[in-house]
Design a protein around this ligand. Structure first.
Ligand code: ATP
Ligand code: MG
Length: 767
């Protein structure tokens, strides 16, 4: 069932229609939030298929998150039927994994390569820093990890960096060493980190013209959503896949593929990962024959929401003015709320969601709550657990970063890839089996001496013959292991070997996981513990087991490697197994599931994760200077501009109702800090917002205002008269949330300064 082309165009405005039907040259669509960019991409794909201009296999569509990819696949399938299933719709990372797995020979990889996530890379870098004798306090592994990631995003290899590094700079000198050691160790471990996925694919396409040409013949249409957030490596990858001048395919007989990119420079929020809006701004130079289409009508939000969004982003300089408008009317006013603390904020949000359900029939699934940093989800989660509000945290909850989950995955990886040093070392002494630092060091030394992997050192210690050698061949002995340690290492080796047998015998992932957790004694140890945290660890492992069983059911032929690949990609980005919380609270799990399907759960996520999505009701929380904008950005114009774009993204996710909340006091690391209102609140036009509560009780007490529920008109905004701070002032603490002192914006009278009101500032501006 392929859709009728005319039908596909029916619901589009003229500019959108042009974008959908355009043919013959690269196409750039730039437009503000909610103007239908993603919709145009989806319709364009469907239109290509419906008019016979492309077959599903010829289309490569790139989205920013797995969730977005799944949605796009679903939408295209909805438009053109199951033919849509055969298209490649994926994130940059998933597409690269697919290419590298297929072309592993050409890429110089073994097909079973592991994928290291950020935590794995940092762990490996920590090992390297230690081995190189670098002082980890002076130069932290995290810093090295971040810089190496930057280099890879710029496609700079260790050798290239070694040539350009400033050797008089001690950090750069160390970085040269660490980067090249890190690259060697990844190769030895048969592993790639996230940035490698892109860089190695680019290198493959550039070094192997035949491979590149095959993909160019295959993908005649390349479409990229959220192009403003591509980094240099991704930019080059797209160019190489499309071919044409300036690429390794310049002289190829295959004509360049058709490229469509859509984006919005105002929504560029990944500069910290090397994203550069240069890619969008210079698209016309890079592709001289390109056509550019602007979309100006917003179909997502009400005028009140749009006015607030436009006003917030308008303060950024050097941007292309946009003329976003909507035909959907003003809609309800934005609602503002000033809470006393983050707990008060969370409680109020929870009760407001109840009210929306009772009075407006709004279902939890229609509601999303955004925050700037992951840590902010905790207070919200607590409030929801208390009120029994079903919720899910998307992205960043780090289900896959919880210790026990990582341990279990490390076991699986160690089983699947005998050279995966990071994973094998992670579980060597987990649960404790008397193989401490000394034993680990002896094995590491052995591995270094014989230039073998850590896994091979383990096998050597167990006296197992190396692969390809005779049964009777004696491996070299490991020096420095006690008899007891040798016995333990042997046991560990046998455990891994028997799990590998189970894998080879075709056992399912869930069964292998079971066996690993049982035979290692891991589960027994947690069960025997009376630490309540260990009980929840057991629950998390049960959750992981459920993930593995689901995988097994959905992919009867799926291998352990397939499962691990799925997990690493999901763990990095956005999806999570559904939380068990809902079911736990209901007496009957089934009943809870039915209810969850109909009513759904409130979604909690960071603003970064919310990109591209939309919800009828949105709460943007923590609107405080020092929270959002983030404290780190307050002294830096460039970073502030990025925070402002982030605020623009947050606000433009809302379709009908938008809430802006802040807490007057926020606690971090056990310290409560008074938080001034976010400067972004100043820009929200007064006639678009109604404050349900405009001052905290602290403001009221200190300022002697009218207190709870005070409003501008009552003149009771306590903060206006200052906090009148005395010696019981919140201790200084430059934790994550502490406001920057002396940003030059606030008149300082007390220790934390007199806090101006938005009105004060508006008056000052007028004067
Ligand atoms: P963002 O910048 O946030 O990614 P976007 O430009 O990709 O936004 P879409 O998500 O494609 O915007 O569209 C926003 C909403 O408007 C969607 O619900 C979409 O279905 C709807 N929409 C877009 N174009 C039209 C149209 N011509 N008629 C009706 N609805 C439309
Ligand atoms: Mg979009």
């Amino acid at each position: 069932t392929v859709a009728d082309p005319a039908e596909l165009l029916a619901g589009l405005n003229p500019a959108q229609e042009q974008a959908v039907t355009h043919a013959g040259s690269p196409l750039l669509i730039i437009a503000g939030a909610g103007s239908g960019k993603t919709r145009v991409l989806t319709h364009r794909i469907a239109y290509l298929l419906a008019t016979g201009r492309a077959r599903p296999g010829e289309i490569l569509a790139i989205t920013f998150t797995n969730k977005a990819a799944a949605e796009m696949r679903e939408r295209v399938a909805g438009l053109v039927g199951p033919a849509g299933e055969r298209m490649w719709v994926s994130t940059f990372h998933s597409a690269c994994v697919r290419i590298l797995r297929r072309e592993h020979d050409a890429a110089g990889l073994r097909s079973t390569f592991s994928i290291y996530d950020a935590a794995d890379s940092t762990r490996l870098i920590t090992l390297i820093v230690r081995e190189l004798g670098i002082d980890p306090k002076r130069f932290t592994p995290k810093t090295f990890a971040a810089r190496i990631s930057d280099l890879k995003n710029e496609l700079i290899t260790p050798a290239e960096f070694a040539e350009r590094a400033v050797t008089s700079n001690p950090f750069e000198r160390h970085l040269t060493e660490v980067y090249s050691a890190y690259a060697r160790r990844l190769v030895a471990a048969n592993a790639l980190d996230f940035d490698d996925l892109i860089m190695r694919t680019v290198q493959l396409l550039q070094a192997k013209p035949a491979v590149a040409e095959m993909y160019r013949r295959r993908f005649r249409h390349v479409l990229v959503d959220e192009y403003q957030d591509t980094n240099h490596a991704q930019y080059v990858l797209v160019r190489e896949l499309v071919g044409g001048p300036g690429t390794s395919g310049a002289d190829s007989p295959v004509p360049p593929g058709e490229l469509t990119v859509v984006g919005d420079s105002d929504q560029s929020i990944y500069a910290f990962r090397g994203a550069t809006i240069r890619n969008i701004e210079e698209f016309e130079q890079d592709y001289p024959s390109a056509r550019t289409i602007l979309l100006e009508q917003n179909y997502r939000s009400t005028q009140n929401i749009l006015s607030a969004a436009n006003a917030v982003i308008a303060r950024n300089t050097g941007r292309r003015e946009k003329n976003l408008w909507t035909a959907s009317g003003d809609g309800p006013k934005i609602i503002g709320y000033v809470a006393d603390s983050e707990h008060d904020e969370a409680r109020w949000i929870s009760s407001e969601i109840d009210r929306l359900a009772d009075e407006c029939g709004i279902r939890p699934r229609d509601v999303a709550i955004f925050y700037r940093t992951n840590a902010q989800s905790r207070a919200l989660e607590e409030a929801f657990v208390r009120s029994g509000q079903p919720y899910k945290v998307v992205g960043g909850t780090r289900f896959y970063e919880r210790r026990e989950v990582k341990d279990a995955i490390a076991y699986l990886r160690a089983v699947d890839n005998p050279d995966d040093d990071v994973s094998i070392r992670r579980v060597l002494n987990v649960p404790k089996r008397g193989l401490g630092d000394k034993a680990e060091a002896a094995l590491a030394e052995h591995a270094a001496r014989y230039a073998v992997s850590f896994g091979t050192a383990v096998a050597d210690a167990a006296g197992a013959p190396r692969p390809g050698e005779d049964e009777g061949a004696e491996p070299p002995a490991v020096v420095g292991l006690t008899t007891r340690a040798t016995r333990q290492v042997t046991g560990f080796h046998e455990l891994l070997t028997s799990l590998r047998h189970s894998r080879d015998a075709g056992d399912g992932v869930a069964d292998i996981l079971d066996a690993a957790l049982d035979a290692s004694g891991y589960l027994a140890e947690l069960r025997a513990s009376d630490d309540p945290q260990d009980a929840s660890r057991v629950e998390n492992l049960a959750e992981l087991h459920a993930v593995a069983s689901d995988f097994q059911a959905a992919n009867p032929d799926g291998t352990l490697a397939d499962f691990l690949e799925r997990v690493s990609l999901v763990a990095d980005s956005d999806q999570l197994p559904p939380s068990a919380d809902v079911a736990d609270q209901a007496e009957n799990r089934e009943q809870a599931e039915v209810q969850a399907r109909e009513q759904g759960q409130v979604t909690l996520m960071t603003v970064h994760t919310a990109k591209g999505l939309e919800f009828p009701v949105v709460f943007v929380t923590g609107l405080e200077d020092g929270t959002f904008p983030h404290a780190r950005s307050l002294a830096d114009e460039t970073e502030l501009a990025e925070e402002r774009r982030l605020a623009y993204v947050a606000v433009t996710r809302a379709r009908e109702r938008l809430y802006l909340t802040r807490a007057a006091v926020r606690s971090a690391w056990g310290t409560a800090t008074a938080m001034p209102p976010s400067r972004f609140l100043d820009d929200v036009p007064e006639d678009t917002i109604e404050w349900k509560r405009i001052a905290s009780s602290m403001d009221a007490l200190r300022g002697g205002g009218t207190g709870w529920g005070a409003s501008w008109d009552e003149g009771g905004f306590g903060a206006r008269r200052g906090y009148g701070r005395s010696s019981e002032a919140t201790p200084d603490d430059d934790g994550d949330f502490a406001p920057a002192i002396g940003s030059g914006r606030r008149t300082r009278t007390g220790k934390l300064g007199r806090v101006e009101t938005p009105k004060d500032r508006a008056e000052a501006r007028r004067a």
